[in-house]
Each structure stands twice: as C-alpha cells, then as structure tokens.
Write a protein that binds this ligand. Sequence first.
Ligand code: DX5
Ligand code: ZN
Length: 219
Amino acid sequence: MKKIQISPSILSADFSQLGNEIKRLENAGADMIHVDVMDGHFVPNLTIGPPVIEALKKDSSIPFDVHLMISPVHKYIESYAKAGADIITIHPETTDNLKVSIDKIKQLKKKVGVSLNPETKVEIVEELLDQIDLILIMSVNPGFGGQKFMPQVLEKVEKLDKIRKDKKLNFDIEIDGGIDFENSKLAINSGVDILVSGTTIFKSNNGDIKKNIDLLRSV
Ligand code: DX5
Ligand code: ZN
C-alpha cells in the first residue's frame, strides 16, 4: 500500500502567524507545505511572493511545494527557486513554451510540477510526462480556498494513473481544491498520491490539524 502524502495549503493558515503555523504543520506530520502564489491576473486573487517564502523556508525542515498561479511565469521561476521552493508547479497556460519552462526548473535542480485546471486536458502535457515529477490536478478553479470539489476531474486522475502504469513512469499525482474526508478517499482510489488541503486541515474538528492530517491520509 502506497503512503499518501499530505501537502497543507497555508492559504487557510493565520497569516499573522505563518512561521508558527508551519511549525504546527510539521509537528502534525505534514509531508510538505503547499504555497499558493497568486498574481491577481492569471487568477483573481493576490497572495505572497519570494521574500515571504524565503523567510518561512529558513525555519522549516520539510519541502515547500510551490504552486505558481502567475502569468507570464517563466521569468519568475528562478526567484522562486532561489527563495527555497523544492517543487515548482506551473500551469501550461502561463508560459509560451512549456518544455522550456520545465527545463528551466530542472536546471535549477528543483522538482517540476505541471498543474491542470478543471477545463485543461491531459493531452496538453502527455508528451512531456516523462520529464516531470508531478501533475497537480485542480479540483476547483484556482484563486480561492474553500471552494466545492469538482468530482469530474477524477477522470483525469484515472487517465494519468493508467498512462503512468502503461509507460512505467514515476510522476506523482497531486490534487488541489475542496478536498474533504470523503472525496479524499475517492481521489486516493483514483490514483492520487498527494492531497493538498487548506480548509479541511485548518478548520475541521476545531482546527485539530494532526487529527485532520491523519484522517485525510487514511483510506
Ligand atoms: C486554490 C489553491 C488551493 C486551495 C486549497 O487556487 O490552489 O491550494 O487554497 O484550499 P481548500 O482545501 O480550502 O480548497
Ligand atoms: Zn494550490
């Protein structure tokens, strides 16, 4: 049985206490920290950038899973790598040349993620699957935490899981948006390896993040 990894999104954390929130997540068994970077252009919301990531990373011992929802993304990849991102995930719509942006992330010795919006098809990245470390399937339209899970995206998870088996590839499948204790099981059964969660981890069970992380991980 594979171990499911949990990547809590700090979008739902207390922003006045971000350093402490990350410590709490580490102590509660989070496998990595999901950082949602938004530009008010590719998505209708603004969050944090490299200086905040750099400051938080100094005090943290687990990988930073940085989800870039910014356009155009290519010229900013290096600053997120330098700030301490361990995984850099980009959306195909935000770069003129996905292959060139993937190569850039690799040159910087970071793990490469590609994220597919609910409407974006697997075919857009199919030929490049052997060059990436993870596919991030969006189960909401990116921009905000606390949205409703879109179950139809699980078809893409199943498709990717099949391609991975057929072609003997190693990329991880991560899912992001509206994950709760019920749909997490559907996602895991469809082939997901990494669950992103903000609202469920920070708000369920009176904010008992250890309990929530454990519950999400259990099938
Ligand atoms: C949405 C972000 C997600 C989101 C997850 O654009 O990429 O990471 O904040 O939060 P919940 O779990 O609340 O949907
Ligand atoms: Zn995200």
